[in-house]
Design a protein around this ligand. Structure first.
Ligand code: GLN
Length: 385
């Protein structure tokens, strides 16, 4: 049997090394490492802008086997820095596959590594918290281990980092594509009932589709939009998107804008993930870094107002500290994994947000009702009872 040499190396800042087989782009990247437990949707995960600054290790062992296609991107480029998987991807076998995962990653400059004991790696992340890592791919298998460990150590981490500015849109645009539906695929929203301004901190496309499907004519604004920019469009509702990085850092410019909208209008507001954290900060609460975060598609969340449990899609490494919520803001949802905050609502106003991803993509669609609730709040304002 020919001897095979490792062509990829993952170095953790504590000096732990994992060797495997590289695919995708070659070179070295540094990032925070997190694990995702979803069994499907690797293309959507890799293109979720909230993963900027992170390498994702997948706990599901078979990743890449259905290739990639033009429809499943959540943004134009992969924004996760790289990926680590148990098995090397096979040749894609799926009617939608347009390209093998490895070629797609290479074309877009993203490093990947297969052949890793991802259970051991996941245990390490759970025990020590999301580590800083250097991920290297060299087809000749030449690795300068000391330099890789030093690179992992010099990665400054996500705390204090505003990454939304790097992934937001350069200028505003309109969105009318709706959720994918059999057999028509992606139809356009031709009879919208509401004008929604969506602030883009790193929005996933499927969120914009869900807004369009629930009746919105969506105008997307860059993350740095001010209250004046938002209110000038005379919105029926304001949406705050997901996004990467430390909420406290993005909040420095996003919070005054949100505060301005809340103070100057009664417009319904809905936030998801980073948007949830932005709203919580604007209302006076605080956010903290979690040990290893929540990244997966099977997270049970309890709606405290109805008692119902929904299975949700999650991707966050920071959380709202529910102890810091002011008295006019109530906690509406909690994680049944660790009791952390998963939703808030302002008393007496249609201003609410959730920490998880109700648009899923990938994940279950239990939480789509939140988009309908937003649309109903906008309907109520137009025709008061
Ligand atoms: N998906 C998101 O919007 C993530 C929000 C934030 N960057 C966090 O990690 O908590």
């Amino acid at each position: 049997m020919p001897r095979t040499i490792p062509t990829a190396c993952l170095a953790l800042a504590d000096g732990t090394l994992f060797y495997g087989r590289g695919f995708g782009a070659t070179g070295v990247t540094t990032a925070e490492l997190c694990f995702n437990t979803s069994m499907t949707g690797y293309q959507e995960i890799m293109t979720d802008p909230s993963y900027a600054g992170q390498v994702v290790t997948f706990t599901f062992p078979h990743v890449g086997n259905v290739g990639v296609n033009p429809e499943d991107d959540e943004t134009a480029d992969p924004v996760a820095e790289g990926m680590v998987v148990k098995w090397d991807p096979t040749e894609p076998s799926n009617w939608r596959a347009a390209e093998p995962l490895s070629d797609w990653l290479a074309r877009r400059g993203r490093i990947a590594m297969g052949g890793v004991d991802t259970r051991r790696l996941t245990r390490a992340i759970r025990q020590q918290g999301a580590p800083h890592v250097a991920l290297a791919h060299d087809p000749e298998g030449r690795f300068d281990i000391e330099a890789l460990v030093a690179a992992a150590r010099s990665f400054r981490g996500l705390v204090g980092l505003d990454l939304a500015k790097g992934v937001t849109c350069a200028q505003s645009y309109r969105w009318d594509e709706m959720r994918w539906a059999w057999p028509i695929g992606y139809a356009r929203q031709e009879t919208p009932r509401h004008r929604v301004v969506a602030v883009d901190y790193g929005a996933k496309r499927n969120i914009l589709r869900c807004l369009a499907s629930s009746g919105a004519d969506v105008t997307v604004l860059p993350a740095t939009a001010t209250a004046d920019d938002i209110l000038a469009l005379e919105p029926d509702g304001v949406f705050l998107s997901n996004g990467p990085g430390d909420p406290a850092a993005t909040g420095e410019y996003a919070v005054p804008a949100i505060r301005g909208v809340l103070d100057r209008s009664e417009v319904p507001m809905f936030g998801i993930c980073l948007g949830h954290q932005m709203l919580a900060l604007a209302l006076g609460a605080k956010t903290v870094k979690m040990n290893h975060g929540h990244h997966g598609a099977n997270h049970p969340v309890k709606d405290l107002e109805t008692g119902k449990v929904e299975i949700t899609s999650m991707n966050h490494g920071f959380t709202v500290d529910s102890q810091t919520l002011p008295s006019d803001v109530r906690e509406t949802h909690v994680s049944l994994f660790d009791g952390s905050n998963c939703g808030i609502r302002m008393d007496g106003r249609s201003v609410y947000s959730v920490q998880y991803h109700p648009e899923a993509s990938p994940g279950p669609q239990d939480s789509y009702y939140l988009f309908e609730r937003f649309a109903e709040a906008m309907d109520r304002r137009k025709t008061p009872a």
